[in-house]
Write a protein that binds this ligand. Structure first.
Ligand code: EPU
Length: 295
């Protein structure tokens, strides 16, 4: 029997038994037994502090666009539900981590601020994007990030500027119980029409090379240094490999898609088969780019 959760934790807004299929873009996974949705930084802090004090393992969920959940999860999950406010000071935009990533990029474009065009096709939450140092077309978040706020694993609130070593390709130190609360991008004033044209070009590129009409979790594997995971999987002849409703996208081999009724187990198996074949054909070990959760 799982032990009861402490009272101060239960004061944080929460829901029970929410399907991960509804919380992730890939649309698979079991039940999230405890979904905590703090609406303020103080509530998020109360959550982290209570879990730290009790020695309770927990996880933080963003937009669920880069996540594959394998089965039910009994441990508390926190998904920030802060008010969707964007603050502008000069050319700087600050948004809460729970803000939609694409919506933030659109707001920047709408305000005539350049620098976040690369983000306009990357789904998920801002917090998830910062934590992954999300990027596209040669740009990534650390290029524009000027300040951010986060909670330490003990629940202390820190606000700081990024420093070297904190962010790398699709990686940041904001894992292991650290939670991004908000981020500030330092942008430059630009011509709104030029910014919109760049956004449209990136969207168009993505739309033709990626299977955006099907449920997916973005790129499944990281690009090995100097190589392209998509190309390696493609050359290994794996496009269209299908287990149940889970398939290696015929459009972009580094995307796995859910045709509707795929299960977490099918995706786990498909990922393992792709890794094994790429190892056999190319001698390269593919490392997941998506996060994988299991109890
Ligand atoms: N390619 C193939 N076959 C395929 C897919 C790609 O041969 O099935 C080739 C392409 O022709 C190209 C090369 O592989 O020559 C690279 O492909 P692409 O331009 O699509 O970029 P990518 O490296 O696969 C990366 C990011 C994407 C991001 C795009 C655009 C990673 C793992 N992926 O993809 O990010 O949208 O660049 O900048 O870094 C994500 O992070 O989830 C993601 C989708």
């Amino acid at each position: 029997m799982p032990r009861p959760l402490p009272d101060d934790l239960l004061k944080v807004p929460h829901r029970r038994d929410v399907s991960f299929a509804r919380l992730t873009t890939l649309g698979v996974g079991g039940l999230c037994r405890w979904l905590f949705e703090p609406t303020t930084e103080a509530e998020a802090q109360a959550f982290v502090r209570a879990c730290a004090r009790e020695g309770l393992p927990w996880r933080v969920l963003g937009g669920g666009s880069n996540l594959v959940v394998l089965g039910d999860l009994e441990m508390p999950v926190m998904k920030l539900a802060f008010p969707k406010e964007i603050r502008r000071e000069g050319n700087r935009l600050t948004a809460p981590a729970s803000h939609g990533h694409i919506a933030l990029a659109e707001a920047a474009a709408g305000a005539g601020l350049a620098g976040l065009e690369f983000a306009s096709g990357i789904p998920g939450s801002l917090g998830g994007a910062i934590r992954m140092n999300a990027g596209a077309y040669g740009r990534e978040w650390v290029d524009v990030l000027t300040r951010y706020r986060f909670l330490t694993p003990e629940g202390e609130l820190v606000e700081k500027a990024p420093e070297s070593g904190e962010f790398r390709y699709r990686w940041s130190f904001l894992t292991g119980g650290r939670v991004v609360l908000s981020a500030t991008a330092d942008l430059v004033e630009g011509d709104p029409a030029t910014i919109r044209a760049q956004v449209a070009e990136y969207r168009g590129k993505r739309g033709t090379s990626q299977p955006l009409s099907k449920r997916n979790a973005g790129c499944i594997f990281k690009n090995p240094p100097g190589l392209s995971a998509g190309r390696l999987i493609d050359l290994a002849g794996l496009k269209g490999l299908r287990i149940g409703d889970a398939e290696v996208s015929p459009e972009h081999a580094n995307f796995l898609i859910n045709h509707g009724r795929a299960t977490a187990a099918e995706f786990a198996e498909l990922m393992a088969q792709v890794q094994a074949k790429v190892r056999e054909v190319h001698g390269v070990e593919l490392e997941p780019e998506v996060e994988i959760w299991r109890e």
